[in-house]
Ligand binder design. Structure first.
Ligand SMILES: Cc1cc2nc3c(=O)[nH]c(=O)nc-3n(C[C@H](O)[C@H](O)[C@H](O)COP(=O)(O)O)c2cc1C
Length: 181
C-alpha cells in the first residue's frame, strides 16, 4: 500500500489516533520531527494528523508548504482537539489554518482529543480552564468529559476510537482505485 501517516502530537492523543490508522492499514508512520528527507511525492495517499492549540493546527504549516508538490496525491487531514465535533467550529479551524489549495484537495476529519493534567505546564492549565469556561456555555456534556479527563477517570480518546474508521476506509478506497488504474 502506497500510503503514509505523518503526525505531530504534544500530549500523545494525536499519536494514538495516528498509530491506530497506521496499524490498521499496515502503513508507515512518521512524527513530524522524524520525516527529515522523506520524499512524500513517492506516496499516493498521505494522511496528516495534528493537534489544535488555541485554534491553530500544529501540522498546518507543513501541509500548506508541501501542497503544491502533492496536489495530485490523495491528502487526508485529521485534527485533534477538545472541542465537541461540530461542523461550524471545524469549518472555522480548516479555513483559518489551511490555504486554499489544501482546502480544495484535502479530505478533512475532526477527532476528539483530551488533556493530560499531570503533564501540563502552568500556561496550558490556565488555557484549559478558559476552554472549560467557554465550553460550559456550549455543552454540559463536553465539560463533564473534560472534568472526567482531568481526574483521569476516563480515556476520552479510546472512547472515540471509532472515529478513525472513516479515515481508514477512505485510504482503502483510494488505494483500491490506484490499484485499478
Ligand atoms: C493550551 C491548550 C489549548 C488548546 N486549544 C484548543 C483549541 O483551540 N481547540 C480545541 O479543539 N482543542 C484545544 N485544546 C485541546 C487539545 O487539542 C487536546 O488536548 C489534544 O488532545 C492535543 O493533542 P495531543 O494530545 O496530540 O497533543 C487545547 C489544549 C491546550 C492544553
Amino acid at each position: 500500500m502506497s500510503a503514509v501517516v505523518i503526525y505531530d502530537s504534544h500530549y500523545g492523543h494525536t499519536e494514538k489516533y495516528a498509530r491506530w490508522i497506521a496499524n490498521e492499514l499496515q502503513i508507515s508512520l512518521y512524527r513530524l520531527d522524524e520525516i527529515g528527507a522523506l520524499d512524500l511525492t513517492t506516496y499516493d495517499t498521505i494522511v496528516f494528523g495534528g493537534p489544535v492549540f488555541h485554534g491553530r493546527v500544529k501540522i498546518a504549516n507543513l501541509v500548506n508548504t508541501l501542497i503544491p508538490a502533492l496536489y495530485d496525491k490523495h491528502i487526508l487531514l485529521f485534527t485533534v482537539g477538545l472541542h465537541p465535533i461540530d461542523a461550524t467550529y471545524f469549518k472555522h479551524i480548516c479555513v483559518d489554518n489551511f490555504n486554499y489549495l489544501v482546502q480544495q484537495y484535502g479530505d478533512f476529519f475532526q477527532l476528539r482529543g483530551a488533556t493530560n493534567h499531570d503533564k501540563m505546564g502552568r500556561w496550558h492549565r490556565l488555557s484549559v480552564w478558559w476552554i472549560k469556561k467557554i465550553g460550559r456555555a456550549i455543552a454540559e456534556e463536553h465539560v463533564k468529559e473534560l472534568e472526567e479527563t482531568t481526574t483521569n477517570q476516563i480515556d476520552l480518546v479510546s472512547r472515540y476510537r471509532q472515529l478513525v474508521q472513516p479515515i481508514v476506509d477512505r485510504v482503502r478506497f483510494y488505494e483500491k482505485q490506484a490499484s485499478l488504474e
